[in-house]
Design a protein around this ligand. Structure first.
Ligand code: IMP
Ligand code: MG
Length: 201
């Protein structure tokens, strides 16, 4: 495991994202929709930095199968959505990889009656993007590596890691020898990373 983003770097990235959202949407009613399961930690931290009348809802999306680190078929579940008719929506996901999840979800949220849909991600892998859209708010651009922690998982594990780390291929070979989050935090090494130039639309 190598540390990509420390707790402090993540926190300042979220402060920046929240300030950008507040600047664009501040004070007006907003529905924040998180993408389960990877966005839960981000949504919780982001929400507490936003002011004004905010509703929260969740959708579920998955494109990774088990231990694979490349996407497979995209499954979406929208049955947990609140009423979006006429609402301004902020769709929040952990990471923009190929972009196919957010592209599909933006279309679905419009079909559910949203007046507008903005998108926010903590991480983006610019080298992997396969779609025409870009998120409106991006925390950090990162290299094409499989990352875990801060809500991001590999085969269900590592979501509870408080930092974002690059998964070593030797850690990705099944659950049997899986170290605890605390052990992983002890073994991580620092790796420099620059904040993205977020692209507000
Ligand atoms: P996309 O549809 O290819 O943009 O994939 C987005 C989803 O894939 C994210 O919501 C994550 O759940 C998952 N994902 C993509 N890259 C990673 C990664 O490096 N670590 C963990 N999950 C990832
Ligand atoms: Mg996800």
């Amino acid at each position: 495991m190598k540390r990509l983003l420390s707790r402090e770097e993540i926190a300042s990235g979220i402060n920046r994202l929240a300030a950008e959202v507040q600047r664009d949407c501040g004070g007006k009613p907003l529905t924040v929709i998180g993408v389960l399961t990877g966005s839960i930690v981000l949504v919780a931290d982001l929400l507490r930095r936003l002011e004004g009348p905010i509703e929260v809802g969740m959708v579920w999306a998955s494109s990774y199968r088990g231990a694979a680190t490349r996407p497979g078929r995209l499954d979406l579940r929208l049955d947990l959505l609140p009423d979006l008719t006429g609402r301004d929506v902020l769709l929040v996901d952990d990471i923009f990889d190929t972009g196919r999840t957010l592209e599909a979800l933006v279309a679905s949220l419009h079909e559910h009656g949203a007046a507008s849909v903005r998108t926010l991600v903590l991480l983006r892998k610019p080298d992997r993007v396969e779609v025409d859209m870009n998120p409106d708010y991006v925390g950090f651009d990162i290299p094409d590596a499989f990352v875990v922690g801060y809500g991001l998982d590999h085969d269900g594990a590592w979501r509870n890691l408080p930092e974002i780390c690059i998964l070593d291929p030797t850690d990705a070979d099944g659950s049997a020898g899986r170290p605890s989050a605390a052990q992983a935090t002890d073994s991580i090494k620092s790796l420099p990373i620059s904040p993205a130039n977020a692209q507000p639309r």
